[in-house]
Structures are given as C-alpha cells and as structure tokens.
Design a protein around this ligand. Structure first.
Ligand code: PLP
Length: 283
C-alpha cells in the first residue's frame, strides 16, 4: 500500500515513524479522512477547511496550501489506481526532543495513505445497524479533529464487544455523537441532532445533511440537545460520517428503534446523500 510523506510517495510498509514525532508521543496533531468515489475526492474542500481550523485551534502552522493538499490527494489516487478509496491525512506538530510545551522551530509533518473502501459496511447501510448508549469519556475539545482518539477507541470497542456497530455517547445525560459518527433521531417528522459546539465534531456529512439534503427535501432539522429518554421515544435514528455515509440504527440497547427497520425519513436522506456523491463524483 502506498502513502505520502511531505509530498513524496512512499510504501507505507517501509515508512518508519520518527521516535520523537509529537504525533507519536503526544497525539499532538490533526487528521482528516476523505472518501474517493470513481476516482474523485468527495467534499474535499469542507474537509480541508476543517483541517485548517483544527490546525489553527492547536497553533500548528499550516505549511501546505489547499492546492498542494488537493494535488497530494489526486497523486495518491493516480499512483495507487484505487478508484474507490478512503484517504487518510495527518499533520503533526513535527519532530523534536520530547517535552510537553511547543518546541521552537519545529516543522509540521504531513503523512497520508490511501486504502480501498471497505465493502463490509454496505450491509449496515442497507439494513441498519445495532448501536448502544455509552458514557462520553472524551476531553472537552471534541470539535478539534485531533489524533487523541483514546476515548473514541475505548467507546467503539465497548460497543463492538456488546455486538454493536456504534456506541452513541452520553455526557451529563445529553446524547452527543457516535465514536466515529454524528447522531440523529427522527421524532414526529423532525430530525434532531446535537448542536455544534466543543462537545462534538462538526462532521462534514452532518453539515451536508443539514444544509443541503434536508433543506432540499423540505425536512426540518433542529440542532438542539436531547436526552436518552427522548432517543428511546424516537421513530428513527441514524448516524452520519465520511465512511459511514448515512447508516440507519435499527436497534439501540437491544430495543428496536421505532418499527425496528429502516425508517422513511432516514431512507430519503440516505438516497439523497448517494445522489450528491453520484453528481459530484460523476458516478
Ligand atoms: N464524530 C466523530 C467523533 C468522528 O470521528 C467523525 C468522523 O470520523 C464524525 C463525527 C463524522 O465526521 P465526518 O462526517 O466529517 O466524517
């Protein structure tokens, strides 16, 4: 499998992480995952906009322009020949002797990889998945797409061990988001999702659902806080994410959500999301 380090194509199996890369030692860096359909990156601009925001929030200098980052994505697609892929990109603060505070004169380090899209999750998209509520044990800057994913990793594993696809996190009684996805419920024809703030990642897919898909379909979305009891009384639930796309949730904590099958609002949003991909990626 191929990757890219600071603009140069590499074989990722040969790439050695420098011992003192701050991403390695502190999780001091940010990342993005972008999907490739039919050889075209989908929604690259909003992903890169969010990357620049994450860098600003951590005071990591942005040493690559949008044009360069676009070129690197295209290069990976071309060199790998993978037409349906996920491209992972990370920027760390750089390599420097280990000390907590920011080192001076450190140069941010960019690494990327490309992998074929996993077909394993297509069944979930069609039939819906199982999810469970779990405590949100993450830090208070979940709006930054940082490399510190231990809370998310532990949460996902807890869900997986219980036979679920996703863990839906709950902080102080309020349902926030999945461990690698945003969470929505449908109640009385209104779609609800947690407001944009430091407690969730503003998903690119979430924004497309709210600002493009729901608005085009005339579906009302409210960005308001809700609790576990509200979720249990909902007719439909789904998660959104770059790889997840729109995945219905049909059981939550082993109880059916609504009818226990994919609901009509979720289905409409999912179809519209795929049409958006078809259009942008000429699929
Ligand atoms: N929330 C979390 C915690 C995530 O890790 C992700 C994606 O990885 C998302 C939400 C969805 O974001 P996006 O739609 O930009 O992929």
């Amino acid at each position: 499998p191929i990757g890219l380090v600071d603009g140069k194509i590499i074989d990722i199996s040969e790439n050695i992480v420098p011992m003192e890369d701050r991403g390695h030692q502190f999780g001091d860096g940010v990342y993005e995952v972008t999907k490739v359909y039919n050889g075209h990156c989908f929604a690259l601009q909003p992903h890169m906009d969010r990357l620049y925001r994450s860098l600003r929030e951590l005071a990591i200098p942005a040493v690559y322009t949008y044009e360069e980052l676009t070129e690197f994505h295209e290069l990976l697609i071309k060199k790998s020949g993978i037409m349906d892929a996920a491209i992972y990109l990370q920027i760390t603060r750089g390599v420097s002797p280990r000390t907590h505070s920011f080192p001076e004169n450190v140069v941010p380090r960019l690494t990327m990889s490309i992998r074929p899209s996993s077909a394993a999750i297509d069944k979930n998209k069609a039939e819906g998945c199982k999810a469970m509520l779990i405590p949100d044990e993450r830090w208070l800057r979940c709006d930054i797409k940082s490399l510190n994913l231990l809370g998310n990793v532990l949460g996902k594993q807890k869900a997986k061990s219980a036979g679920c696809w996703e863990g839906i996190q709950v902080r102080d009684g309020i349902v926030t988001e999945g461990t690698s996805s945003n969470f929505f419920v449908v109640k009385d024809d209104v779609v609800w999702t947690h407001p944009k703030c430091n407690l969730i990642l503003t998903g690119v897919t979430r924004t497309l659902v709210i600002e493009k898909i729901a608005s085009d379909l005339g579906i009302v979305v409210v960005e308001k806080k809700f609790d576990e009891a509200f979720v249990k009384s909902a007719q439909e639930a789904f998660i959104s994410g770059t790889s997840t796309e729109i995945t219905p949730i049909v059981t939550l904590n082993n109880q059916p959500v609504g009818s226990g099958s994919v609901g009509p609002v979720t289905h409409k949003i999912q179809k519209a999301y795929w049409m958006l991909i078809d259009k942008e990626c000429q699929r």
